[in-house]
Structure formats: structure tokens, C-alpha cells
Design a protein around this ligand. Sequence first.
Ligand SMILES: NC(=O)c1ccc[n+]([C@@H]2O[C@H](COP(=O)([O-])OP(=O)(O)OC[C@H]3O[C@@H](n4cnc5c(N)ncnc54)[C@H](O)[C@@H]3O)[C@@H](O)[C@H]2O)c1
Ligand SMILES: O=C(O)CC[C@@H](O)C(=O)O
Length: 640
Amino acid sequence: MGYRAGMISLNADAPVFVFDFDSTLVRIETLEALAELSLAAAPDAEERKAKIAELTEQAMNGHLGFGEALQQRLALLGLRREHVEALADRILDEATISVRRNVDFFERNAERIYIMSGGFTEVIAPLAARLGIAPDHVLANDLVYDADGRVTGVDEANPLARENGKPTTINSLNLERPIVMVGDGWNDAEVKLSGAADRFYAFTEIVSRPKVVEVADAVASSMDELLFAEGVSGRWSYPRNRIKMLLLENIHPAAVERLEEAGYSVDTMKGALDEDDLIEAIKGVHVLGIRSKTTVTKRVLEHADRLMAVAAFCIGTNQIDLDACADKGVAVFNAPFSNTRSVVELALGLMVVMMRDVADKSRQMHQGIWNKSATGSREVRGKTLGIIGYGAIGSQLSVLAENLGMRVLFYDLNERLALGNARRVRKLDDLLAESDVVTLHVDGRKDNANIFGRDQFAKMKHGALFLNLARGHIVDVDALADAVKSGRLGGAAVDVFPEEPRTNSDPFDSPLIGLDKVILTPHVGGSTEEAQEAIAEFAAERLLNYLNRGDTTFCVNLPNVQLADVTRAHRLLHIHKNQPGVLAELNRALSEAGLNILGQHLKTDERTGYVIIDVDRDYDREAVKALKQIPGTVKFRMLH
Ligand SMILES: NC(=O)c1ccc[n+]([C@@H]2O[C@H](COP(=O)([O-])OP(=O)(O)OC[C@H]3O[C@@H](n4cnc5c(N)ncnc54)[C@H](O)[C@@H]3O)[C@@H](O)[C@H]2O)c1
Ligand SMILES: O=C(O)CC[C@@H](O)C(=O)O
């Protein structure tokens, strides 16, 4: 279980915290979990479990006295010692996610923390031990067993077995005030309502009960939120669940899982949004996740009131106005490698399929035509492959194509290391004149619009094959359609188009539709299960590193700075326009604020400067705000 360490300490005048257990420190209700174990073989298991769940809800909402509900539920359970032990054995895995994230808070402040539950000491004990909470700070019911290990009830002398058990228990302890009660149920609310606690937080990470929320002093949807609200000097400068992420275009669930596990609030949508809808949706959003169909324009950014980062869960970032993002201090990330192998495999497959005319043969077969013939059907072995754009995809394709026995030529604007026996050509025309197959793998920068048109098709070998799995706007599709119709090209495979539908329910149109010798695929070069999962993990990690520690490694529009976690320091992150004087002003403000600087990094590009300063935690919080006022400041945030 991924528990984390850090530094969160309470001041001497801090409150005593009393935490409920079920649906607060753990995501389960103990009695329901025990029912799963004890009723596994019972013929009427479902009925009894439903009854137990109903009694739990009634008690938690205050419709049934807790003591009575406990007795009735125990009677339905048929519980034995081994069931209780089995649940205790796995209770660490049931800890609530935000509790795992804040285990250091419990460890460091165990003396001011109690766990109080109508559940059972034996089940709570392992988690309490993991959180550093001593047994005498665990207030819960003790089960009574008969000689055969059957549970016969609970220790009736314990007030927690009866109505108003929690307030009675707290009062009997004579704890220092103030006391903060945290829980999801009505019996937790009762502690405050009876005056036994000073503040009550309705804890809603697992379940939110309107009646409980209504009487609460505040709602804590996670431990982070609770610590923030209580002003506990903690690991996080801002509760993570208040940071809203919007992921569009059916991004793989692994990303959602990773980001939610880290404590952020994530909303998802299946399709892309057009500019107007995105303008509406982006308000209040801190992080936007997209793929290739969502365009992030300057106009969208003008309405992005909270945006800190955009993640392209793909390679291409041509759909994002990168400069406008930099000018707003919005960091943009992508996943430059994760789907490259998938594109390469599809390109190779399409080459073989086109060389053998498989698509047309398959279409004929579906029409009942048996056309067994070798005419026009060739091997790829020995043919010349011309790769335009020898980057992550082009260069991998080069290696695999050589392994199939192809001769490889490539053309790239930049110097690139030729892999294997591949040969770099200086002029595109030379590549076009020599290649049996020409494949495009250049990036989607604006300058690449229509770089491949009538002139280029005219310079290709007669009957050569053409592939575009890069970006739609790079190729003049009318010219491509004419080149196929005229027989100049022997075939084409196209995965990307100048106009692509935003969602699977929108229509698709292209001059290439219906042409023989043309294979069309709906921009799926990188759409494999492996690639999508790998992208999700890669991009989510980049976002977390940026949000949690300011690391901009792999950022495509801000200076890249690799940073370690913030420990024993507060981190100030200052993004500014790269203009004279900002750094001098920054240092002046830092010295005026009396900060003890533990570490400093500065990196600039032509547009932007990024300064990261780790400072001793003892400083004047107000003085630091002066950093925001420095002329040229684009964004300032703090992490601790
Ligand atoms: N079909 C899909 O699903 C899919 C999936 C992933 C990537 N892509 C696209 O594939 C393309 C290649 O991706 P990559 O990761 O290999 O990119 P990359 O940035 O690693 O490589 C691109 C290469 O093209 C070169 N280049 C750029 N413009 C050029 C030009 N006009 N002439 C010659 N060379 C030029 C660059 O110097 C670079 O070496 C991108 O457009 C990307 O968006 C498509
Ligand atoms: O998944 C997508 O929408 C785009 C895939 C591909 O074009 C990329 O840029 O990685």
C-alpha cells in the first residue's frame, strides 16, 4: 500500500483530532465487509447483506439508534473469529486514499489523535499501528466470543455499544479542548451536537450523507481538505482535491486512476470540444488533458482563469497555441515516445498490405469475386523505402524496414544519425525519385502545411506507394486523390486528414473516399491498448511532477528544469517574461522578505524565464507575496 512520508506537525495549541474509522480512515463499512466473509456460503446471503447495509444506512443517517443497529446486524452475521482476523489482515489495503497520502500527519501527531468507532478493536488495530496511534487512543467495541470462536456479541460495558456512545466516550476521557471530530455518520455528528466536540467535519471522500453534511461545521472531502481547513502546516500548500482536471477525448483510465490516487479531482469526457464549448468548460479548470482533436487557441486561453498545465496525451502539440500558453505561464506536456512503436507497426503492415493489394482483394471477396492472381502483388523485400522525417517514428521504422530486407533512404531538415544501413539524402527530390514507398513522418508544425502536393507526387516513381500517418494538413489531399486516380501512384494509405471528426458520431468526408488502392484509417496509428496506457502513465507522471514539485522535464513550451521533491523547505516557483531586470528584482524582493535561500535554479528560453527557489520554512508569508508584483511576472506559486 503506497503510504507516503513527509513532514506535517501540529502546533502546541492545535486541537485534538478524533477520527471515525469506517468510511473515514478506511473505505469500507466493517460490518458489510465482515458479512462478505461470514455469509459467503449462506443460501440467504444476499438478503442478509442487504438487510445489514440497510441497518447501517439507517444508523448512519440517525434513523435508528446505533446500539440497536449493532445488535441486529451482529445477529444477521453468524460471525466467527477467523472472519474478523481475515478482515484485520487486509485492513491496511482498505485505507482511504487521502489517509495513505497523509500518513505522516498521523505519525507525527499521534499523541493528539484518537480513533473512535462503533466497529471492532481487532479490525482497527493494524491500521492504527501503521499510523503510529497507540492502542489506548483506539476507542472501539470489543467482540465477545464463545469457546468455539463464534461471536456472541460485544462487551456491553463499553459505552460505544450503546446509544450516544461516542459523546459519552469522549466526555469520559476529559480531553484538552478544542476537539475536532471527523466522520461520515450521524453518530459522529452527535459528538459535536452534544457539545463533546468543538468542531465537526463531515468526511465525504467515501460517502456523503446529506443529513450529516447539513449539521456539520464544514465538509472535508479528503484528509488534505481537512488539514488545509484546520491550518495544519502540511505537505501540500493547497488541498489537491480542489485542483480540477478535465480530461477530454477518451483518455485511458490509467491516467484518471493515477491522478485521482494523487488526490486531484478529475472529470472526463469522451469526445473533443469545439472552441466555444471548451471556453465554457475550461472555467475553473487547473489542468486540461486532450489528444489531437481539441484545439487550444488564444481565445480559449483568455477564458482559462485557473489553468496551470495542458497535457497532450499524444505526440502532436500542433493543436495547442504553445506561445500563448507560455505567455500565460501554462506548462504544456506531451508523451513523445509512448505510441511511436504502434505507428511504426501500422505503417509496416500497411506497406505489406498495399504491396499485395490486400485491401482490394478483400473487398472483392466480400462481393463474391475470387481473383487468384499474382499480378501486381509484390514483396517488400528489396524495395526502397523513402522516409520523410527521421524522428522518433521515422528512425524506428527505418530499423524494422531494413529487417524486412528493404533499402532505406531518409530526408530530414535536421542532422540525424542514420541507423543501420539507412542513407540520408540531402534533397527531397532524390528520395522521391528513388523510392518504391514514400512515407511521411514529419511533425505537425504550421510550416509543414501542404509540403506534399502535386509537385512532389509528380516526382515520385510511377506506381510507387504513399503513406501519411503524420498529420493531415501536411498533404494536399486533392492532389493525392488525383495522383491515385491517374495511376501515378500505385496506392496510398492515409491515417490523418485535414478535417477530422471530433467524435465517433460526427461524419467523415474526404476526396479519398471510395478510391480503389486507397486504404483509409481513422487516425489510429497510435491507438493501441499498449500505447494508450503507456501515454496515460507517462503524461500523468509529467503533470504530477510539475504540480507537486515544479519539475518541467519534457515540457514543450517552458524551460526544462528537473527538480527533486520538496523536503524540509518551501519552494517558490516564479515564471516570468524573459526581459531584462526581472532576476535582479526577484533577488531584491527575496532579500527584503528575509528569506534564507536553500537552493535556487534559473532557466530561460527566448520567451520565458523559470526560477525555482527553495527557502527555509521560517519566513514572512506576506512578504513573499511581493514576488507576484515584480514587473514581468507571469505566474507565481508556492509548494510545501
Ligand atoms: N497517426 C497517429 O496516430 C500518430 C501517432 C503518433 C504520432 N503521429 C505524428 O507522427 C509524426 C512524427 O512523429 P515523431 O514522434 O516521429 O516526431 P519527431 O518530432 O520525433 O520527428 C519529426 C522529424 O521530422 C523532421 N521534420 C520536420 N519537418 C520536416 C520537413 N518539412 N522536412 C523534413 N523533415 C522534417 C524533424 O526534424 C524531426 O526529425 C508527427 O506529426 C506526429 O504528430 C501520428
Ligand atoms: O490519439 C490521438 O488523438 C493522436 C495520436 C497521434 O496523432 C499523436 O500525435 O500522438
